[in-house]
Design a protein around this ligand. Structure first.
Ligand code: ES4
Ligand code: ZN
Length: 326
């Protein structure tokens, strides 16, 4: 069996996926036309050529601009269906989708349009592919605590259909501590907690995510490896890290995939998983990420099985659903 077939055949969950980051240039053009939104690109090739990033902020500027073509619930439905179709082909049985409501509500799009479009696609994906999915509402950390509270309030009618809250966007200068009270409120409403930490930010931000946000898992976590005591703590707590190899390469978190720390994380006893982050921008969906890092780091099939198992044990599914997937 080829490595590609082995990876596609591994039952897996995707835990770190920004649905806005799955907007392929072809769909961007289609939606720009459908909604009469001007975009600063002449062609699909022109869009792809712009995806050359030096750091996280470089990418975020282009990612937020691209999201401007998303205007009504059908757009969000089409976006999510395109992702589910790709993920199903990759052997994803369960996906936990992050979405950034503020990227849309700040442009005058109603929260309802965003979430109803995503929810209808999630129901369709379950019917069509047997794929389960959950929503993670992510707060934009470059915006204020007050704006995050307003977003949580806007989400109130849908909180029974939202599994978790997350924290994304520009990390450095926006420590988890800034959002401690919002995350406490979210926890009080029974939501699970995740946060991007240690992608570009220092190990101290990972400590804060644990101590102040009381996260159930960490998105990225690469820079935790700079702090031995933190690594020991993450391992002892069985904390899942949602690692994104092609994202790390494209955003220069690693210079070369051959230097990617994924297998070092596993060897240190960390519950690492493999995810695509923003697949339309970083050059691959989840199976591409498994393939690329497996080749670059010489991962064994046993390692790949461990990573896929970690994706279920680190998911926000119930213990019964996790057991049924293992
Ligand atoms: C993101 Cl890779 C990454 N990091 C932080 N925030 C994000 N939003 C979308 N992708
Ligand atoms: Zn991310």
């Amino acid at each position: 069996m080829t490595e590609t077939d082995f990876i596609a055949g591994l039952p897996k969950a995707e835990l770190h996926l920004h649905i806005e980051g799955s907007l392929e240039p072809e769909l961007m053009f289609q939606l720009a036309q459908r909604n009469s939104v001007a975009i600063p690109y002449a062609s699909v090739e022109d869009v792809r050529a712009a995806y050359d990033f030096s750091n996280l902020q470089d990418f975020l500027d282009i990612y937020y601009a691209g999201a401007a073509v998303l205007r009504v619930r059908q757009d969000f439905h089409d976006l999510a269906m395109a992702y589910f179709t790709r993920a199903a082909a990759d052997g994803v049985l369960h996906a936990e989708l992050m979405f950034d409501p503020q990227t849309h509500t700040d442009r005058g799009i109603a929260f309802e349009e965003v979430i109803e479009g995503l929810l209808s696609a999630m129901a369709a994906a379950e019917a069509q592919f047997g794929m389960t999915s959950q929503l993670i509402l992510s707060f934009l950390r470059h915006l204020s605590e007050e704006a995050a509270f307003a977003t949580l309030e806007a989400a109130e009618p849908w909180l029974d259909r939202i599994t978790a809250v997350g924290l994304d966007s520009s990390e450095v200068g926006h420590p988890p501590e800034k959002f401690a009270r919002v995350f406490a409120a979210a926890r009080g409403r029974g939501l699970k907690i995740t946060a991007h930490a240690g992608e570009e930010g220092p190990p101290a931000y990972v400590h804060e995510a644990l101590d102040l946000l009381k996260v159930d898992r960490i998105d990225h976590g690469n820079r935790a490896l700079e702090d031995d005591a933190l690594v020991a703590r993450l391992a002892a707590e069985g904390m899942t890290l949602t690692v994104c190899p092609l994202s790390n390469l494209k955003l220069c978190v690693v210079d070369d995939l051959a230097d990617h720390p994924l297998d070092r994380m596993l060897a240190l006893g960390l519950k690492a998983t493999v995810n695509s982050d923003d697949p339309a921008y970083f050059g691959g969906y989840v199976a591409d990420n498994y393939r690329a890092v497996a080749e670059a780091r010489g991962l064994s099939r046993g390692d790949l099985v461990t990573l896929a198992r970690n994706s279920f044990t680190g998911s926000f599914l119930t213990p019964e659903a996790i057991a049924a997937n293992l």
